[in-house]
Write a protein that binds this ligand. Structure first.
Ligand SMILES: [Fe+2]
Length: 309
C-alpha cells in the first residue's frame, strides 16, 4: 500500500483512544430535518473546549427570509454545557443549506476554518454567478484554510484535517480523537455515497478519498453530514463505524472497484435533481456564510443564473 503519513497518523490517533492513551471527545448531534443535515458540537470533557462542525442557517426560499432557530439551539447547548468554542468548521461549501458560521462566531467566538481548496470552489462559482472583483477568491472570508494533515486542538484532543475531495474539490474530513466527521463522502452504509456531479466534483477522486478514510481502524466512530433515510428505514441515523462502512456500504464496500463505483455514481448522478437550495447556499457559503454585500437600498440579493447549472 502507498505510504500516506497523514492517514497513518490519523489511524494511530484512533488506536491511542482505543488503548486509553487519549481521551475520546464528546459528540452532540443536532439534526436539521428540512435539509437532512447533521451539525455537531465536539468537545473535550476535561477542558470544556469545543468545535462546531457544519452549522445551518435556516432559509425559507419562497419568502427569502432567514432565521436562526437552528443555530440558537446550538448556542443554548454550548452555554448550558459551559463550553468554549475554539473552532467553527465546515467540511465543505455546502450546496443544500446555508451556513450559520458568522452568527455562531459572533455569539460564541472561535475561528472559522475550511479546506484550502475552497479557493478553487470560489473560482468556479465566482464565474457561474458572474461575481465582480469585490468577491475575493482567496479564501480570505475564513480565518484559517486547512491543508491535509494539519492538526488543531480541541482542548487536549487533537483534530487532524484530511483532504477528501470528490463531492467537491474542497471537501475535508476532521478526525477528533476517535471520531471522524467525514462530511459528504459516504453516507450511512444502507444509503451509500455523496453525489459527485456538482461543478468541480469527481467520482474517481471521491472513490480514492473514501478508500483513504477506510484505512482508519474498524472502531473509528463515523459521523455523517447528512442522512436521507434509506429504503426500508424510517428513522434518521447519522452515526456509524468504519467497519460498517467498509463491509456494508452499498456503494463503496471493499469489494467495489474504482471503475464500478465511477460508473454507478455517474449513472445515478444523471438522474438527480439539483438540491432545492443550491443557488442561495453556494452564494452564501462561498463567502464564509455571509450574504452578498447589500445594494444601494441596504438589502442583499441572491442571483438565479438562468440556464447555467
Ligand atoms: Fe455537500
Amino acid at each position: 500500500m502507498i505510504r500516506d503519513e497523514n492517514i497513518e497518523r490519523a489511524a494511530e490517533q484512533v488506536n491511542a483512544v482505543l488503548a486509553g492513551q487519549l481521551r475520546a471527545p464528546h459528540v452532540k448531534a443536532f439534526f436539521h430535518e428540512p435539509t437532512f443535515t447533521a451539525t455537531y458540537v465536539v468537545s473535550d470533557d476535561a477542558t470544556r473546549r469545543a468545535a462546531i462542525i457544519d452549522s445551518v442557517w435556516d432559509f425559507d426560499q419562497p419568502s427569502g427570509r432567514t432565521s436562526f432557530e437552528s443555530a440558537d439551539a446550538i448556542i443554548a447547548y454550548v452555554r448550558e454545557q459551559g463550553l468554549t468554542i475554539d473552532w467553527i468548521l465546515e467540511t465543505h461549501a455546502h450546496a443544500d443549506h446555508l451556513s450559520a458560521a458568522p452568527y455562531l462566531q459572533e455569539q460564541l467566538g472561535g475561528k472559522l476554518a475550511i479546506g484550502r481548496e475552497i479557493v478553487t470552489v470560489q473560482g468556479v462559482f465566482g464565474k457561474i454567478f458572474n461575481e465582480g472583483t469585490e468577491f475575493a477568491r482567496d479564501g480570505s472570508q475564513f480565518d484559517r484554510l486547512l491543508e491535509d494533515g494539519e492538526t488543531l486542538m480541541i482542548g487536549e484532543i487533537p483534530l487532524i484535517a484530511l483532504h477528501v475531495p470528490g463531492h467537491t474539490p474542497a471537501d475535508m474530513a476532521y478526525l477528533v480523537g476517535d471520531a471522524a466527521f467525514i462530511g459528504d463522502t459516504m453516507f450511512m452504509p444502507d444509503y451509500g455515497s455523496a453525489r459527485a456531479d456538482f461543478p468541480g466534483g469527481d467520482a474517481r477522486k471521491l472513490y480514492r478519498s473514501v478508500r483513504r478514510l477506510m484505512r482508519l481502524p474498524d472502531q473509528t466512530r463515523v459521523f455523517l453530514c447528512h442522512d436521507y433515510k434509506a429504503p426500508n428505514r424510517d428513522t434518521f441515523v447519522w452515526e456509524t463505524t468504519m467497519l460498517a462502512e467498509r463491509t456494508a456500504n452499498v456503494h463503496l464496500h471493499e469489494d467495489v472497484s474504482e471503475d464500478q463505483f465511477v460508473e454507478m455514481r455517474t449513472q445515478r448522478d444523471a438522474t438527480l435533481d439539483m438540491p432545492r437550495l443550491i443557488l442561495p447556499s453556494i452564494q452564501v457559503n462561498m463567502r464564509g456564510g455571509h450574504l452578498p454585500p447589500p445594494e444601494e437600498d441596504g438589502h442583499s440579493y441572491l442571483k438565479v443564473p438562468v440556464n447555467v447549472l
